[in-house]
Design a protein. Structure first.
Length: 492
């Protein structure tokens, strides 16, 4: 019987459902994270362009994106809160022993959520009630609060990958906690900036993909061109930078977590002149089947020399490393992320070359088809990045200090499976409701644009100008909410 089968048989029965429940909620929540982290910045860039150029179309886009930002944030708070509870409910061993060391990160995130909620409310409220410059300035802290929340989460996760800032007493419990060292671990910098830029480019491609689809359907007015150009430009600038940061974090993993690196690259034995496998499957005996083998490349990528020594999985005992299946999962996730990132770099270069040569957006339908797919592809890349990070660290929940099996709850596995089923049902409802709300908003905005194009006054609140006094509410109209007289182009 293979070693991995022995390890599986020894694992607590509740380990599998607890991991599946955590994985599902995290994978669902992370879909919303790019918009939560980066959409405020993208919205404020559009807002700034609208103010500087006195551009009603840019202000209209910024206002509509701010509404999407608020809806997304509301759902993100719910799914994020579920994850916070799951840390305590599913992994009491982790929080009970190590919470005093790395829990400060969750406190920082909670404060950031609170501040971001207040600032989003002020920003939305200010569209018809504050002076233009004041309104814009009050929105400027939004990206900073989003980055602060990211700081808290990434500080906690990087500590789990490279724990420090504590000593162990005679009973193995952490003492003498140094908060600063616990926050700023060796993996924090590479993880944080890699994640932040990933959120920026992912949000940019997600927003731009909506307008790319509109372009493909014949909507090629200035509204759609501007709605595409601003977020796509931000994403295109961030994409090559992410390639550099991705190489940096892979090199940090090579030095700080060599066994995780071995799992991500399916390296079985420590050696030099190690080949690179694109996909492929690692077997329990160390053999690799399938995939594309490129001789020497893994050693060269790790240390810029084919003679670089790469640590293999067998450098540690079997119960201190990922199983062959886990290594294959981490490897595939890593390869998919890298391939998607490389394709997005080519797409960004295509966009940049056309802009530099012709000072206009590309006209090729294939470009916009690719841009329409980029939003989904970038989300897939983010999901794969987290899979590689978390699965590659197995069996450790705190690297080289606590195994996942030691941290899991004692709740019966049957109860956890039922919880997973209930959570799936609830999340389907939540995300279905989010989609329904966004589609309803789109339909209302499109109707307002069609009415304006036909020369008919649009229904409030689309008749409001971005700034200025609100028109009186018509008698008997309880849903209009008040609005200003139409601006020159009839859009808010």
């Amino acid at each position: 019987m293979h070693t991995s089968v022995h390890l599986l048989a020894e694992a607590p029965a509740q380990l599998m459902p607890a991991r599946e429940l955590m994985a599902f909620t995290l994978a669902s929540h992370i879909i919303l994270v790019p918009l939560g982290v980066a959409l405020p910045l993208i919205t404020l860039v559009m807002h700034y362009l609208g103010l500087r150029r006195n551009d009603a179309t840019a202000l209209l886009l910024a206002r509509r994106w701010s509404a999407v930002m608020a809806v997304q944030f509301a759902v993100g708070v719910v799914t994020g809160t579920v994850l916070s509870f799951e840390f305590g409910l599913l992994w009491p061993g982790l929080m009970g022993k190590w919470g005093d060391v790395f829990g400060i990160g969750f406190g920082v995130e909670a404060w950031a959520f609170f501040l971001e909620a207040v600032l989003i409310a002020i920003y939305l409220y200010g569209w018809r009630r504050l002076k233009p410059r004041t309104h814009f300035l009050l929105g400027l802290p939004l990206p900073a609060t989003a980055l602060l929340g990211t700081f808290g989460i990434l500080a906690a996760n990087s500590w789990m990958n490279t724990p420090q800032g504590f000593s162990l007493d005679a009973d193995g419990n952490p003492v003498d906690v140094n908060v600063w060292k616990a926050l700023f671990t060796p993996m924090f910098g590479p993880q944080y900036w890699h994640f932040v830029v990933a959120m920026l480019l992912t949000a940019g491609y997600m927003v731009a993909s909506v307008y790319a689809v509109g372009w493909l359907r014949g909507r090629r007015d200035r509204y759609h061109r501007l709605g595409f150009a601003v977020p796509f430009t931000i994403a295109a600038v961030a994409t090559p930078l992410q390639l550099v940061l991705g190489d940096s974090i892979a090199r940090s993993v090579f030095h700080k977590q060599p066994v995780k690196f071995a799992a991500m690259e399916i390296v079985w034995r420590t050696d030099t002149r190690v080949p690179e496998y694109i996909f492929g499957r690692l077997h329990p005996d160390g053999s690799v089947s399938g995939g594309i083998k490129i001789p020497l490349l893994d050693s060269f990528l790790a240390g810029f020399s084919p003679n670089t020594k790469v640590v293999g999985l067998t450098s540690v005992p079997a119960d201190e490393r990922p199983t062959a299946t886990q290594a294959t999962i981490a490897h595939w996730a890593f390869d998919i992320m890298v391939i998607i990132g490389s394709v997005l770099v080519l797409l960004a270069l295509w966009y940049g070359l056309v802009w530099l040569r012709r000072r206009r957006l590309p006209a090729s339908k294939w470009f916009y088809r690719s841009a329409a797919c980029a939003g989904v592809a970038s989300v897939v890349a983010v999901e794969c990045g987290w899979i590689a990070t978390e699965v590659g660290r197995q069996p450790w929940i705190v690297y080289q200090n606590m195994r996942v099996a030691e941290a899991v709850t004692s709740t019966r596995s049957t109860t956890l499976w039922i919880m997973l089923g209930l959570v799936i049902v609830v999340y389907v409802f939540i995300f279905g409701s989010l989609l329904a709300v966004l589609l309803k908003m789109r339909a209302r905005w499109r109707l307002a644009d069609e009415q304006q194009a036909a020369g008919h006054p649009a229904h409030a609140p689309e008749t409001d100008s971005p700034y200025g006094p609100r028109a009186p509410v018509p008698a008997g109209d309880a849903t209009s909410g008040g609005g200003a007289a139409p601006s020159g182009d009839g859009r808010p």
